[in-house]
Design a protein around this ligand. Structure first.
Ligand code: GAR
Length: 218
C-alpha cells in the first residue's frame, strides 16, 4: 500500500470539500490520512461529518484568543502534535498570519471558488456575476503571505450564465471543487507538484490543445 500522507483539514462551515476528501480516501483515490479536522467554529457542520467517520476533531474559537498570532500558534501546535505534513484549508474563513505560513511553508493548500487571480477575497461568485464573465471556476493553490495569491496547482472552469443567481453559480463551482481538491492533494502525495518561483510544475502533465471553451457558443 502506498504511504498515506498525514493531513490536517481546517474548516469553518459545511465541510463539503472535507467530505469529498474523506470519500476520495475511502475510495482509495487519495493516499492520505486525516489526522485532525480543526474548526474555528463549534457549530460547523463539517465537524459532524468528521465525527461520522471517526476522525479526530478540534475546535479552537478564535474569539477566545488575544491575537491572530496567539490563535495561529495554538493551531500550529495541534497540527504538529498530530504530525500533519500538509495543511488543507477547506472553507476555513480566516487569514493566516506569517507565523502560520512560516511554520508550514509551501505545505498549506487552499481552495478558492473563482479562477484566480480573478476575484480574490469574499463573495466571489457575486463578483463574477456582476463582472459579466462568461466562465468562472475554482482554484487549488499553495498559500503564501498574500491572500489568494499563492502558486496555482489546479483549476476547473464552469460556464457562467447571465440568469445565474449567486447560489446557483456557487453550487456549479462547488461540484468541481469536490473533484479537483482530492486530485490536487493526491498529486502532492505522489510528490508530483513542485513550486518553481510563483508557478507550480506538475510531473506527467497531459496536454490537449483541443481543450477549448467558448461562451456564448458559436
Ligand atoms: C467553498 O466554496 C470554498 O471554495 C470556499 O468556501 C466554501 C466552503 O465550502 N472557500 C473560500 O471562499 C476561501 N476563501 P465547504 O465548507 O462546503 O467545503
Amino acid at each position: 500500500m502506498a504511504r498515506q500522507l498525514p493531513i490536517g483539514v481546517l474548516i469553518s462551515g459545511n465541510g463539503t470539500n472535507l467530505q469529498a476528501i474523506i470519500d476520495a480516501i475511502e475510495a482509495r483515490a487519495l493516499d492520505a490520512k486525516i489526522e485532525v479536522v480543526l474548526s474555528n467554529k463549534a457549530d460547523a457542520y463539517g465537524l459532524a461529518r468528521a465525527q461520522k467517520h471517526n476522525l479526530y476533531t478540534a475546535v479552537l474559537d478564535h474569539k477566545s484568543f488575544s491575537s491572530r498570532e496567539a490563535y495561529d500558534q495554538a493551531v500550529v501546535d495541534i497540527l504538529r502534535r498530530c504530525k500533519v505534513e500538509l495543511v488543507v484549508l477547506a472553507g476555513f474563513m480566516r487569514l493566516l498570519s506569517p507565523l502560520f505560513i512560516k511554520a508550514y511553508s509551501n505545505r498549506i493548500m487552499n481552495i478558492h471558488p473563482a479562477l484566480l487571480p480573478a476575484f480574490p477575497g469574499l463573495r466571489v461568485q457575486k463578483k463574477a456575476l456582476d463582472h459579466g464573465v462568461r466562465f468562472s471556476g475554482c482554484t487549488v493553490h499553495f498559500v503564501n503571505d498574500e491572500c489568494d495569491e499563492g502558486p496555482i496547482i489546479m483549476q476547473a472552469v464552469v460556464p457562467v450564465f447571465p440568469d445565474d443567481s449567486e447560489s446557483v453559480l456557487a453550487a456549479r463551482i462547488l461540484k468541481q471543487e469536490h473533484k479537483i481538491y482530492p486530485r490536487a492533494i493526491q498529486l502532492y502525495a505522489e510528490r508530483k507538484v513542485h513550486i518553481v518561483g510563483r508557478r507550480v510544475m506538475v510531473d506527467d502533465l497531459s496536454k490537449d490543445e483541443k481543450q477549448v471553451l467558448i461562451q456564448p457558443q458559436i
